[in-house]
Design a protein. Structure first.
Length: 291
């Protein structure tokens, strides 16, 4: 179909672009996708969505340009990082380290900016405000990248929990700033938008050390977080309301146990705010991912 490309602004033949990059779903390991419609409390098993949600956003040339970032983030997050051992500490918390002399940090940073931009221009957009245009200008190299405007805080999930295969974007607030929690198999990334004038500058300064031009620090999560319990609750409500699906036999709802809050994971405090999910999906089928 012909239309205006969201990236270059020209009228061209548009192709269906993945809103969340296909490589991050880990289809080879987890299988196809089912959509979790929290608003209508149901599960949508749409064959057309098996490879992830797609929309006619861009022309082929611009979609290929986005693939430059997508392929690299898959290589680093899913192939390279699991091989690394924690070699750094941030306030006593072990971290895996990616340094600029070995990895293209600018390329990784722009991937997360491109992700927010794609979600801001799709049919169910996240409210990115003026930063939607700022993100586009950075991606088109029309303005210098600013690491204080978009700060990705990367956490590697090793819980083996019920929702580790979830993929979705969740809007929240952190230290008085708008933030977006990006969940995909093996990872949770909170992207803070505009870190200036936060309610706790000292804590924000610590978080900014997790993603700089020179180094990225990745922290492991080996326990369930409040978001995990909220996701499980939403998933089961949708599952129970969808014909043909039911809870696993013997399932008993449990209250969230006490969990540690290391100083460097202060962003979990952001989960006390209402979380709105414009898009959420799970791979591997509910019978596998929730049992």
């Amino acid at each position: 179909m012909k239309g205006i490309c969201k990236f270059c602004g020209q009228e061209k033949e548009l192709i269906k672009s993945h809103i969340i990059p296909k490589v991050l779903y880990k289809f080879a390991e987890n299988g196809g996708v089912v959509e979790v419609d929290v608003k209508h409390t149901k599960i949508n098993n749409n064959p057309q969505e098996q490879n992830g949600h797609k929309e006619p956003l861009m022309c082929k040339e611009c979609d290929t340009a986005m693939g430059y970032y997508d392929g690299y983030v898959n290589k680093i997050l899913n192939i390279e990082i699991p091989k690394l051992k924690p070699t750094k500490c941030l306030l006593g918390t072990p971290c895996r380290s990616l340094t600029a002399d070995k990895y293209d940090i600018d390329r990784l940073h722009k991937f997360f900016i491109s992700l927010l931009w794609r979600l801001a221009v799709c049919s169910k957009p996240i409210p990115l405000g003026k930063y939607k245009d700022v993100a586009l200008k950075i991606l088109k190299n029309e303005t210098p990248d600013d690491y204080s405007l978009f700060v990705p805080l990367i956490y590697r999930r090793i819980t083996g929990g019920h929702v580790d295969n979830m993929t979705g974007i969740f809007r929240t607030k952190y230290l008085g700033k708008h933030a977006y929690i990006f969940r995909f198999p093996g990872y949770e990334v909170m992207i803070v938008v505009n870190t200036e004038h936060s309610t706790d500058p000292e804590s924000m300064a610590v978080n900014q050390k997790q993603f700089t031009k020179d180094e990225i620090l990745i922290i492991d999560i080996d326990y369930n977080t409040p978001l995990d319990y909220q996701l499980v609750s939403n998933l089961f409500k949708c599952r129970d309301n969808t014909p043909g699906l039911k809870r696993p036999d013997g399932y008993v709802p449990q209250k969230p146990p006490m969990f540690p809050r290391p100083v460097t994971l202060q962003n979990w405090a952001g989960y006390s705010y209402p979380i709105k999910a414009p898009y959420m999906a799970t791979t591997g089928g509910l019978s596998e991912s929730l049992q």
